[in-house]
Design a protein around this ligand. Sequence first.
Ligand code: MG
Length: 306
Amino acid sequence: MTARRPKAEIFEVGPRDGLQNQSRILGVEAREHFILSLLDAGLRDIEVGSFVREDRIPQLAGTQALLARLDKARSRYKKLSPRFWSFVPNRKGFSDALETSSDGFSFFIAASDTFCLRNVNRSQEDLFQELAQLLPAARKAKRLTRVYLSTVTYCPYEGPIRPAQVLRVVKKLVDLGAKEIALGDTTGHATPRDMERLLTPLLKVAPASRFAMHLHDTRGLSLANVCQSLEMGVSKFDSSAGGLGGCPYAPGAAGNLATEDLVYMLQQQDLLKADIDLAALARASHWLEAQLGSLLPSKVLKTLKG
Ligand code: MG
């Protein structure tokens, strides 16, 4: 790897994408403790909650109250300058999110129309029309934005997704002014060759800095896919502490790429931009294991026991 290659950045999704898939529900106080311990480990970009209906995803109930508590803690983390992100699924969620101090909003769409329908009960076209309004409105309100583009290589309902299909969606998102597009290998099917076939055309329509990779470790290939993405210049990666996660609408999908595994690999090669304290991160995940009453899948976390 050349010295000029940008160092990797991490977007922590555990408190949202991870916890929403757990059967045990944590209260606002426990989630705040977890998030503060992630800040203590040096993680700066954290997706802390979601403005979904609380009866639909009770695991993330009270996101508004959580953000108010986190806002009070900001002064303790001046140097880190944390960015608390929220998932915004629709217009109602958007107006609720605007009332909070959430620094960034993340939105959803999928390359597969069937996945859009099954996941949020909306067509892809409907989601595009909403994004055309919400992305500029978020920018006007001085919030950071990103769009999750799910099922970029494989859809649990439609099967393999062609790169041309993803390219069509990415072009539209770029036209709508999407600042960051997080490409989701939702089911963890992708190999490094799939990453290459996916990214080659995308990097002709937008710079690498515009993309993040949202990888799942279902088949143990997420770190290999990180390496391939880095080779191609994409340097932002979503991960979750301990490898928390899954997807209720993607049967068989395992957890997200584990932050500990990603941090270890990047640090050992001097490829990580931020100064992350891996031991502190492991303490946060071990604390969470006790709260959830189950072990998390991260391999590196298991080596850091005790
Ligand atoms: Mg995920």
